[in-house]
Design a protein around this ligand. Structure first.
Ligand code: GTP
Ligand code: MG
Length: 136
């Protein structure tokens, strides 16, 4: 069975949505293997977001991710990588489909970075890499 890294990002934790997000994950049938509250330093985020280095939203993204704790989750299940991204919805909360986490709870704050509540690994390679970063 497959594993993925899910993050409830600082906006989700600060808005008190961790429980609502976990409820959707559990209702879908995925298994919580490990879960922790993390306040990542810049070095950890540079590793996590290496693919975005140099993009216009990169520095705002790192600042946002250092603005408060995230909940890191090691999640397991059949096709959980694809399945969690489906639960999360597309990146932009304004156009994410209703019924998804981002579509139902995400708001456009008009900021330099999308505050879109959650992260989910996008491939088996990303999942292995990201799980080693957040669950070292
Ligand atoms: P994650 O699950 O968080 O990785 O989201 P994603 O895979 O849907 O998006 P991606 O990996 O492309 O980008 C990582 C994060 O950077 C996003 O979740 C947003 O917070 C932010 N981001 C990505 N693209 C943009 C963009 O075009 N504009 C802005 N402002 N922020 C972006
Ligand atoms: Mg991504």
């Amino acid at each position: 069975t497959e594993q993925t890294l899910v993050l409830v990002k600082p906006d989700g934790v600060a808005r008190g949505l961790t429980g609502a997000i976990l409820a959707r994950i559990e209702a879908k049938g995925y298994a919580l293997v490990d879960l922790r509250l993390v306040e990542p330093d810049r070095a950890r985020l540079e590793q996590h977001y290496a693919e975005h280095a140099g993009k216009p939203f990169y520095e705002p993204l790192l600042d946002f991710m250092m603005s408060g704790p995230s909940v890191a989750i090691r999640l397991a299940g059949n096709r959980v990588i694809e399945g969690f991204r489906s639960l999360a919805g597309t990146t932009d909360p304004t156009t994410a489909a209703p019924g998804t986490i981002r579509g139902d709870f995400g708001r456009d704050w008009g900021l330099a970075v999308q505050q879109n509540l959650v992260h989910g690994s996008d491939s088996p390679e990303s999942a292995a890499r990201e799980l080693s970063i957040w669950f070292a």
